[in-house]
Ligand binder design. Structure first.
Ligand code: SF4
Length: 464
């Protein structure tokens, strides 16, 4: 079974500075780093790779900023609140720099704010957006050499972020980014700006890593991308996304293959055919719709209409096996009328999603929707969100109650503090809490009969 790596080599230590801008930092001996991650699975996985870069340079990962010589924040700016949280966290660590610690900001806020971060938080030494992560080893080397203002803000790159070592947090399920950046241009989204253009990873490199993961004992892999199904293999083999799914599933030792996030416009029949023909490809598609109103979809520049989206849903629902569908929805986009909102509610009735992530629209810097008229008042956004969530809760209650008495295979991923209580995921990504007398189940696959249901999870008992 795979374990997080910790191969401690060199260490980072610092010299105390007295105020303002960071002082030159001398580096020698054995170092420690603390890495906090905000945001999506892509960020989680980027952090695993950043940790790999640091571990291979001799750093040790520690649990608290107090114990670390290097403090890194991998940030998210997709929502206003997430970006604010980063600055408030940076404020908390102002004093740390004067203790000789080095502080770095990675990810979307780094890309968005750029060198302004040095003005707003002069105690920061490293600002690096995700499109520049492939240069991270050189940037760390510059910090080690004593540079105190190091930036990586290029988005003009063909490279994907590959490392020799990734320090994975989960010993059973491995994330693998197969495509970075985004070539779509949704009017509310910072990703094309912060993560740069689409770059797909070579299929042979993806497969090599999957084989290594299987050898280390990982049985589930999740292929990641902002638009994972827009994958375009840069090698002469030109493997399609559906072919890549099938080839990954064929790797001995791999029992489950997931992928997220899919863009509706690029969701083609061959993906459903691959799912039908290979049971190792999980019964789950995350297909963000964002709104049920074609008018709002057009304002969002989502590249599909409600009708076209529903055709994709019909294609997935017609598959030979049941496939769970989940989505993302934004309420309160500028100009969204009550009728538009009702169209979103009626879409929920029509699709009956297995679950969804819902958000109030928040304007982000450098996005076209920032300048759009007819902003929806905050109170009204909150009301719409509550209505939407209540409707989805009713849908999930009915859906989950129908699963009582059925038996599912779970990958066991958690052990409760309560005796004999465990939790795991079905292939369709539903959490099940279940009872078992077994001594150790983590990382194994078990059969569980469902005995109860709530809107968000199932309860069951192991079938032996
Ligand atoms: S598809 Fe749209 S929402 Fe998704 S990352 Fe690209 S621009 Fe953003």
């Amino acid at each position: 079974m795979g374990k997080p790596f910790d191969i401690g080599l060199e260490r980072l230590t610092g010299q105390a500075s007295t105020s303002g801008a960071p002082q030159r930092v001398e580096v020698s001996g054995r170092g420690t780093f603390f890495l906090e991650t905000f945001g999506c699975q892509m960020n989680d996985h980027d952090s695993e790779k950043v940790a790999g870069v640091l571990l291979s340079r001799g750093y040790h990962q520690v649990e608290t900023p107090d114990a670390a010589a290097l403090i890194l924040y991998n940030t998210c700016s997709i929502r206003e609140k997430a970006a604010q949280k980063v600055f408030s966290r940076l404020g908390e660590y102002r004093e740390k720099q004067s203790e000789g610690k080095i502080i770095g900001v990675l990810g979307c806020v780094a890309q968005q704010e750029g060198e302004d971060i040095f003005k707003r938080a002069p105690w920061v030494s490293l600002v690096c957006g995700s499109a520049s992560y492939s240069k991270l080893p050189q940037m760390i080397a510059q910090l080690e050499a004593g540079n105190h203002r190091v930036t990586g803000l290029d988005t003009d790159t063909d490279e994907t972020f590959e490392t020799e070592m990734t320090r994975r947090d989960n010993p059973w399920r491995a994330y693998l980014t197969i495509i970075e950046g985004c070539d779509k241009a949704c009017s509310y989204c910072v990703v094309p700006y912060t993560r740069g253009p689409e770059r797909s990873r070579a299929s042979d490199s993806v497969l090599k890593e999957v084989r290594q993961l299987a050898e280390l004992g990982y049985s589930e892999v999740q292929l990641l991308g902002q638009t994972v199904n827009s994958y375009a293999d840069p090698t002469p083999r030109k493997m399609r996304f559906s072919e890549l799914l099938l080839t990954v599933a064929d790797v001995p030792g791999i029992r489950r293959v997931r992928f997220t996030t899919s863009h509706p416009s690029d969701f083609t029949p061959d993906i459903v055919e691959a799912m039908e023909s290979q049971p190792k490809i999980c019964d789950h598609v995350h297909l963000p719709v964002q709104s049920g109103s074609t008018k709002v979809l057009q304002a969002m520049q989502r590249t599909y209409t409600r009708r076209e989206y529903l055709e994709k849903i019909a294609m997935i629902r017609d598959a030979k096996r049941a496939i769970a569908i989940t989505t993302d929805i934004i309420v309160g986009f500028p100009g969204e009328t009550e009728d538009d909102f009702r169209e979103t509610l009626s879409l929920l009735d029509e699709v009956k999603y297995n679950s969804l992530f819902s958000f109030k629209y928040s304007p982000r810097p450098n996005t076209p929707s920032l300048a759009m008229p007819d902003a929806i008042p905050e109170e009204e956004k909150s009301r719409r969100l509550a209505v939407l969530q209540e409707k989805q809760r009713e849908i999930q209650t009915i859906r989950n109650e129908k699963l009582v008495d059925r038996t599912f295979e779970l990958l066991v991923s958690g052990k409760s503090r309560r005796e004999n209580q465990w939790s795991g995921y079905t292939t369709s990504h539903v959490v099940v809490n279940f009872a078992s007398q077994a001594k150790e189940l983590l990382g194994t696959y078990v059969q569980v009969r469902i005995t109860g249901a709530t809107p968000n999870c199932l309860v069951g008992e192991q079938v032996v």
